[in-house]
Design a protein around this ligand. Structure first.
Ligand SMILES: [Zn+2]
Ligand SMILES: [Zn+2]
Ligand SMILES: [Zn+2]
Ligand SMILES: [Zn+2]
Length: 351
């Protein structure tokens, strides 16, 4: 009897089921994979880093894991190390300190709005850039978001583009306390239509929109936080498969499947503060790019077909017969289970 219960335990999240068919049902719908955040101590898979954090630090942690984590676990990336000494060496690099000095410098400079291709041609493909906007208010009550300032950076925190934007309709609330934008900054700023065109061309990088494929052409990977909103307000269209959004990446979302704020993610995963007082979109670009790079650098098992939607995976159990699955061990089922989200570690595969 005991053995039976043990047999029906999910090899990833450790949930136990009375009957094997319930475990099979669970495996069909849970999309467990090596790309889920997992505990460095007991190897339990979690849906998000937030639930992993709860597992090792939270108010109701797993006690054995908490004990080990408290002496050898990094509270930013949640990795576990061999000794408190290697943890200390690691944490010095893992906790970042932001870009305060740089921000001061560039805020005064304010504008770098020349996006000629000749200016920025490092490599012809595989380039990744981060975009962020600051919104001012339009409409009668000032609640309509209009992009008043935009920034674009590369992987090395170099500013590619940084400018005030003149929205296509009157600004009724400059939201000065957070944007730092004054009417005179926008009066002669670059019109939104022109910003849209420049950014659109830069992102596509000579590739026609319909031809853009991941990993193949010259188009750039676009990183940001809540990019739908930024792209909407600038009226930029960009294919979803080229977008890496820290507000929508399952491992960075809340257990409730809602987005975390960029301010929270930066504090929790990078270990520094942003967005206090007047906000510069450059600071948001740097934070989202660092989050993206941290996620991309994760070391996960390399599989030829990593996604449940890859046809080779028989649609993640959908076309397996029930009795075939019921004969498998929990480990075998986990072994053939694949992810339902595109893990950013896959961006590293051929670079
Ligand atoms: Zn499970
Ligand atoms: Zn991965
Ligand atoms: Zn654990
Ligand atoms: Zn760390």
């Amino acid at each position: 009897m005991l053995q039976l219960i043990f047999r029906n335990k999910c090899a990833a999240c450790f949930r136990q089921f009375n009957k094997i068919e319930h475990l099979v049902e669970h495996m069909r719908t849970s999309y467990h994979s090596s790309h889920e955040p997992s505990c460095g101590i007991c190897k339990k898979h979690c849906r998000s880093f937030e639930s992993l954090r709860e597992h090792v630090i939270g108010p109701l942690p797993k006690q054995e894991c908490k004990n080990i984590f408290s002496s050898r676990g990094c509270k930013f990336c949640l990795s576990v190390f061999d000794s408190p000494y290697t943890l200390r060496l690691h944490q010095d690099r893992c906790q970042l300190s932001g870009v305060t000095g740089l921000i001061g410098r560039f805020s005064n400079l304010g504008i770098r709005d020349n996006l000629d291709h000749g200016n920025y041609t490092r490599g012809s493909s595989g380039q990744t850039v981060a975009l962020a906007c600051k919104m001012v208010g339009g409409g009668s009550d000032g609640s309509l978001d209009l992009c008043g300032r935009v920034c674009l950076t590369d992987e090395y925190d170099n500013i590619i583009f940084h400018t005030y934007v003149k929205p296509p309709m009157p600004v009724t609330n400059y939201r000065y306390e957070t944007t730092g934008i004054r009417p005179e900054y926008l009066r002669d700023a670059m019109p939104q239509r022109q910003v849209q065109k420049k950014l659109q061309d830069f992102l596509c990088n000579g590739e026609p929109m319909w031809k853009i494929r991941p990993r193949a052409g010259k188009a750039r990977i676009l990183v940001g936080h809540g990019l739908d909103h930024d792209l909407d307000s600038l009226q930029i269209e960009y294919p979803a498969l080229m977008i890496r959004d820290t507000a929508k990446y399952p491992p960075l979302m809340k257990t409730s499947k809602l987005s975390n704020s960029l301010k929270y993610l930066t504090q929790a995963y990078l270990g520094y503060d942003i967005q206090s007082g007047i906000q510069d979109p450059f600071e948001d670009c740097v934070a989202t790019m660092k989050l993206y790079m941290r996620m991309r650098s994760q070391v996960h098992k390399i599989e030829p077909y990593p996604l449940a939607t890859d046809p080779q995976n028989r649609n993640n159990f959908a076309s397996w017969r029930q009795n075939e699955l019921e004969r498998m061990s929990p480990e075998q089922m986990l072994d053939i289970s694949r992810s339902d989200f595109y893990c950013w570690c896959l961006d590293r595969r051929d670079t």
